[in-house]
Write a protein that binds this ligand. Structure first.
Ligand code: SAM
Length: 302
């Protein structure tokens, strides 16, 4: 690094261990989204393994860094692993980056890490930007569980088959999608999971034309189809959990207690209706819970 280093970066540089592979996350758009520790590694590394050396070279030069770059891509990842283990054996500090975001997340990296760890050399991940997590953070989705799927199949039949598996998912599903497939993909989500399923689009995150929008799938598909800007740039889609699951999650402890008390005196339908009026929780979700108590083997209280 040619510019004066922050003391924190200097400390981070001092703590680097020779003979270690550092797996470094880089920005997904905004060049400022890099950690001080990542800068410490990238400035100190003897070798930076990059997916595309031109892309990483440009990024490094924005930080005033001119580290030695070697190309490690999907097709040569396994072959390069042996060479990289040789450099680690010599005590060199090796960094691995992908074009953007976190290596191994829909990007090369995992096979190299596997090989290096199997050969007994230390691997140290340096956390940072990831499009999936960035989209989740901005989505407002309250479902606590989520599944990262990455890219769907490019052909509609296979895509719909995959989507159908999430019909009743109790978790949100995070997808990456290429811009030229956005219209077809959002159409297939609405057709397979229903026009009312909530979907968030995160487009061009951290960049000038950042877009974050949550809509029922049918409306999102219509919007994407009618606005060609939504078919440009980089996109994350988050399909929320099945509606019944979201409604159930809305039943807080107070609503559950009210329902239990009323269930002692009333049939499920009336108990659910009254509880909905008292608590504001959707009646259908309360009714389903009340029925499950009636049917459930562990339901001694009703
Ligand atoms: N390793 C990266 C990560 O940590 O997110 C993902 C690499 S994957 C090859 C590229 C895909 O990530 C894009 O097609 C897009 O779906 C998503 N992506 C990357 N940058 C993005 C951004 N700034 N906004 C929205 N999606 C992005």
């Amino acid at each position: 690094m040619h510019t004066p280093l922050f003391p924190i970066v200097e400390d981070a540089r001092a703590s680097l261990v020779n003979g270690t592979l550092y797996v470094v996350a880089t920005p997904i758009g905004n060049v400022a989204d890099i950690s001080l520790r990542a800068l410490a590694v990238l400035s100190a590394a003897h070798i930076v393994c990059a997916e595309d050396t031109r892309v990483t070279g440009q990024l490094l030069s924005r930080y005033g860094l001119h580290s030695k770059l070697v190309s490690v891509r999907e097709h040569n990842e396994c072959a390069m692993a042996e060479k990289i283990c040789g450099w680690l054996a010599e005590g060199q500090i090796v960094a691995q980056v992908s074009d953007a975001g976190t290596p191994a997340v829909s990007d090369p990296g995992a096979r190299l890490v596997h090989a290096v760890r199997a050969a007994g050399y230390p691997v140290c991940p340096i956390p940072g930007a990831c499009a999936a997590v960035t989209a989740l953070a901005g989505s407002g989705i309250t479902t606590s569980d989520w599944l990262f799927h990455g890219f769907l199949p490019p052909k509609s039949t296979a895509r719909c088959k995959q989507l159908a598996q999430w019909q009743d998912a109790p978790y949100a599903v995070v997808l990456y999608e290429a811009p030229h497939r956005m219209a077809d993909c959002t159409h297939d989500i609405a057709a397979t999971l229903g026009a009312d399923r909530q979907v968030t689009l995160g487009r061009e995150l951290t960049k000038t034309f950042e877009t974050l929008r949550t809509l029922p799938a049918g409306e999102l598909a219509a919007w994407v189809a009618s606005d060609s800007n939504q078919q440009r740039g980089e996109c994350v889609l988050i399909i929320d959990a099945a509606p019944a699951v979201i409604a159930n999650n809305a039943i807080d402890a107070q609503a559950e207690h009210t329902l239990r008390v009323l269930m002692a005196e009333l049939p499920p339908k009336q108990a659910a209706k009254l509880t909905a009026t008292l608590t504001g929780v959707p009646r259908d979700a309360l009714y389903q819970l009340a029925v499950s108590w009636k049917q459930g083997p562990a339901d001694e209280s009703n």
